[in-house]
Design a protein around this ligand. Structure first.
Ligand code: SF4
Ligand code: SF4
Length: 300
């Protein structure tokens, strides 16, 4: 089939079987996330560490955390049951690049057992530049970076601290370092022709207007898609925003912002912010059929 008018043919070639990037593929190809990366190196105001990271997954749900060995058993079991499985992603529940040893161990083993599965990961970007060469060597062909600002001043309203180079940074320094690392990682991936999607969490009153500028910058640096996700406001998380809490955008506000952004954004309107342990075709989640207690003990 032909691709959307706003995608270059060589990009379409890479995404047409990827259920997240192609509206059409999401009816025929399945994806799964394995929650092997619980550690995170930054603090987002909207995050509660008990739940999944909002980098990719639906925040506010608890996914079953797995060791790399458990993840491999699970992927093999799913691949046996779900023939449409084409994509394996690591989307937290923390940060796939910070918790790198587990991400790497999982992908390396899976690539040996199921060589044709597509690998993707999502990250906040802080540790990303340290791993881009390995990402390229490992044939990871899609990376999602969550970028909520390109102005560190705006970042101070989103990130109270980061952990970088063996110490904690706060305030403007934290956001400046995070911003520089995100831009560096994005450019390094684009230079290696690895597809980069940028996710932004829309936080009313904090970065909503600013996301127009984020869109312009990330597109100019080579992101092939920019996906706006609504902040999912839940009294149980996001308490760092203060006692009054922070509301998420209304559906109309989200749509109005998406309409103002450039073309490619349209493609991702079907993103479901799947759980960090989602399994199956998009819109379906068979994760509960493949919990650890239901898996065979050994990889066959
Ligand atoms: Fe695809 Fe979005 Fe779900 Fe990831 S979270 S598997 S990009 S639909
Ligand atoms: Fe939480 Fe994800 Fe932010 Fe880390 S990057 S603080 S896990 S939302």
């Amino acid at each position: 089939s032909s691709g959307p008018a706003d995608l270059a043919p060589e990009i379409w070639e890479k995404v047409k079987d990827h259920p997240c990037y192609s509206e059409e593929a999401h009816h025929y190809f399945a994806r799964m996330h394995v929650a092997v990366a619980p550690a995170c190196n930054i603090q987002c105001n909207y995050c509660n560490r008990k739940y999944d990271c909002a980098n990719e997954s639906r925040p506010g749900v608890v996914s079953e955390k797995l060791t790399p060995e458990q993840a491999i058993r699970k992927v093999v079991a799913v691949a046996n049951e779900v023939p449409q499985l084409s994509v394996l992603g690591i989307a937290g529940p923390g940060d796939a690049c910070y918790d790198w040893k587990k991400t790497r161990a999982t992908f390396d083993s899976i690539a040996k057992v199921i060589p044709d599965i597509k690998l993707c990961l999502s990250t906040n970007g802080l540790a990303l530049p340290d791993h881009v060469d390995e990402i390229a060597d490992m044939n990871i062909d899609h990376v999602t970076i969550t970028i909520n600002m390109v102005d560190p001043e705006v970042g101070t309203g989103i990130y109270p601290w980061i952990f970088h180079r063996h110490r904690r940074w706060t305030g403007l320094d934290a956001s400046r370092i995070l911003h520089e690392r995100q831009m560096e990682g994005l450019e390094m991936l684009a230079a290696r022709k690895i597809l980069v999607k940028v996710n932004s969490v829309m936080i009313p009153g904090i970065n909503d207007e600013h996301l127009i500028e984020v869109n312009r910058v990330v597109k100019s640096k080579g992101a092939f898609l920019h996906n706006i996700m609504p902040l999912i406001s839940d009294p149980a998380h996001g308490t760092h925003f203060g006692l009054t809490g922070q509301r998420g955008p209304r559906a109309m506000e989200l749509k109005a912002l998406q309409d103002r952004l450039e073309d490619g954004t349209k493609l991702m309107r079907h993103c479901r912010q799947c759980r960090a342990d989602a399994v199956g075709l998009l819109g379906e989640d068979r994760g509960q059929e493949f919990t650890l207690d239901q898996l065979p003990a050994e990889v066959s």
